[in-house]
Ligand binder design. Structure first.
Ligand code: PEP
Length: 251
């Protein structure tokens, strides 16, 4: 069985005062069963402070992006090695906001995944279609292409996480239906098994896109949904913990 992962993406939100949210999460986790991994990806500015302040190994930390190189003249970027050095054990790569705002292609995302492997941290690779692509009947083609190109040959199937995040559902309050999620997650699982054999059966596949305490249980009950990547609701400890609780209560 795949150990689920409930991951929070704080995006460009959070100041030092937000360490209180982390403390609240840590305290809430202590009364919930340790049956799923729990991760917060804060802005890069907070990673080291949160790692220093963290009091439980149950809460893991990660970055929201990394550069392909380990160091050099890349103003404003963060190397995967820096994420690891600051206390991160995961890094999100290929988030749709990075793909849209910074023109990151799947080819570039593959170089970032390689950087994460080099630094010894686990990449969470995001894929997902836009509304136009869904309405044009292209969802499966887009997702399979992103999956094929964004994952480098170095990957084994069990050393990364996939997050399916329909772009039209991110931060919009629109959630994909359980049927839509099941269809795409099943297709992602088939593609992973096709490429990585038995190991592809063990890759965690997260759903992301307006996951909240109210809709989490239904989504997390699907056989190929192994957790969630949560944006807005991860900024409130109570909501994030409620999603974690919905996850572990099903196991
Ligand atoms: C995300 O950006 O990864 C995300 C899922 O955001 P939200 O939960 O706010 O839709």
């Amino acid at each position: 069985m795949i150990r689920p992962l409930i991951a929070g993406n704080w995006k460009m939100n959070g100041l030092l005062a937000s360490l209180d949210i982390m403390r609240e999460m840590e305290s809430g986790l202590s009364s919930l069963q340790d049956k799923a991994d729990c991760l917060i990806c804060p802005p890069a500015t907070l990673l080291a402070s949160m790692a220093a302040e963290k009091s439980t190994s149950r809460l893991k930390l990660g970055g929201q992006d990394c550069h392909s190189e380990s160091s050099g003249a890349h103003t404003g970027d963060t190397a995967a090695e820096m994420v690891a050095d600051a206390g991160g054990s995961y890094v999100i790569v290929g988030h749709s906001e990075r793909r849209a705002d910074h023109g990151e292609s799947s080819e570039i995302v593959a170089t970032k995944m390689k950087a994460a492997f080099r630094a010894g941290i686990t990449p969470i690779i995001c894929i997902g279609e836009t509304l136009d692509e869904r309405e044009g009947g292209k969802t499966l083609d887009v997702v399979s292409d992103q999956l094929a190109v964004s994952i480098p040959d170095e990957a084994s199937g069990t050393d990364f996480v996939v997050a399916y995040e329909p772009v039209w559902a991110i931060g919009t309050g629109k959630v994909a239906t359980v049927e839509q999620v099941a269809e795409i997650h099943d297709a992602i699982r088939a593609a992973l098994e096709n490429r990585f054999g038995a190991q592809g059966a063990g890759t965690p596949i997260l759903y992301g896109g307006s996951m909240k305490p109210e809709n989490a249980a239904g989504l997390l009950a699907l056989s190929n949904v192994n957790g969630g990547l949560i944006g807005g609701a991860s900024l409130k400890a109570a909501d994030f913990l409620a999603i974690y609780a919905a996850c572990v209560s099903q196991l």
